[in-house]
Write a protein that binds this ligand. Structure first.
Ligand code: NAD
Length: 352
């Protein structure tokens, strides 16, 4: 039967538009709060300070020590600042790392979160928190983890370096590609995935040419919202399993790993579900894996895992871990075929 699905909507408020980060103070009040702790990475501290100044008495302080993979010790330091400043909500200004810290605080305290995303990773619209303790990464899901308000303001993304814009965009696109064949997909998640892919197909090449173009930045951020939303609503498969394996066990960088793997995992699954991935072939005008690889190459994305510091000898172990406790996948997997797929991605080969 064509139509058989479960559809649940997210309770979050999504605010979209140029300059809308200036409404953060109103949103703090709208959700019944008074004093926000503003979070950022050290690299974005100046932006966080500027936002706090704009918030005036609604800012409890700035904690600018967010780092990749949400280490628990950093969360504990931030919790101490929450207590000292008597903050009653958090505002996370940044990419997935800063959003992760806000989620980690909310998970422990139930404090409401407002997120102002400045990359395309999509974490702001998922109820998922990945955190690390003594080098081990664990993932939790929960209603308190999903941010209450997300403010997408493209004017805060013009400074995202081109190379990061490209890999972050491909990271988001990977959520959409996997959503198209997710076991629990629904008509809305598939519509959002296709629209998200279209948004990146048009915006990323133009961002590479003119990074300051607000219209294109807005289109990419719109894509990020769509792709992030499907990541938060349907299950992910082989692609995310391999990226979690490489990032978790071999410490490869998050967005770059997604960018390199996407054409390979999409080509692998296209053999099993060509109909479900037909929109990808249509949007990128060619065979699923090959056309995604061409698109990535044309916008200057990294193409080979060997460029990320992964050695060829690591591939056996990576294939073993990725197939040990696999996520559901539309095409059956075995260690040998995943090892071959990793070899191609390591060498940077164009998939057929
Ligand atoms: P990031 O947040 O680590 O940002 C990378 C760097 O870019 C940081 O130094 C940041 O300060 C800087 N930066 C961000 N936006 C900028 C801008 N507009 N201008 C200038 N510099 C900017 O990178 P990311 O790829 O967004 O996030 C990766 C992390 O997010 C990983 O830990 C990943 O696991 C997590 N993630 C989680 C989910 C989820 O649903 N839980 C989803 C996606 C990603």
């Amino acid at each position: 039967m064509k139509h058989e699905f479960v559809y649940s909507t997210s309770p979050a408020h999504i605010v979209f538009g140029e300059g809308k980060s200036a409404t953060t103070g109103e949103w703090i009040e709208n959700i019944g709060c008074r004093r926000a702790l503003v979070l950022s990475t050290p690299q974005q501290q100046a932006d966080a300070e500027e936002l706090a100044a704009l918030l005036g008495h609604r800012a409890a302080g700035v904690f600018a020590r967010a780092v990749m993979h949400t280490p628990v010790d950093v969360t504990e330091q931030a919790m101490e600042t929450v207590r000292q400043t008597v903050a009653d909500c958090v505002v996370s200004l940044g990419g997935g790392s800063t959003t992760g810290l806000g989620k980690a605080i909310a998970y422990r305290t139930d404090l409401p979160q407002i997120v102002i995303p400045t990359t395309y990773a999509g974490s702001e619209v998922t109820p998922i928190l990945g955190q690390t303790e003594r080098g081990v990464k664990t993932t939790v899901r929960g209603a308190s983890i999903l941010p209450e308000v997300v403010i997408y303001d493209p004017s805060l993304t013009t400074g995202l370096p081109v190379a990061m814009s490209v890999t972050s965009g491909l990271n988001a696109m990977a959520h959409a590609v996997e959503a198209l064949y997710a076991k629990d997909r629904n008509p809305i998640s598939s519509l959002m995935a296709v629209e998200g892919l279209r948004a990146f197909k048009t915006s990323l090449p133009q961002i590479v040419q003119t990074p300051q173009d607000l219209e294109r930045r807005s289109e990419a951020l719109y894509g990020a919202w769509l792709c992030g939303t499907v990541l938060g609503t349907v299950g992910m498969a082989l692609h995310h399993k391999i990226c979690h394996t490489l990032g978790g066990s071999f410490d490869t960088p998050h967005a770059e790993t997604h960018a390199i793997m996407l054409p390979h995992t999409a080509a692998f699954n296209a053999l099993a579900v060509p109909d479900l991935l037909a929109p990808v072939a249509d949007i990128f005008q060619g065979p699923v894996g090959g056309s995604l690889w061409d698109f990535a190459k044309n916008i200057g994305a990294p193409l080979a895992l060997k460029g990320l510091g992964l050695s060829e000898a690591d591939l056996d172990r990576a294939a073993e871990i990725a197939t040990e406790r696999p996520y559901w996948n539309p095409r059956p997997i075995d260690r040998q075929s995943i090892r071959a797929l990793l070899q191609d991605a390591w060498e940077g080969k164009r998939p057929a």
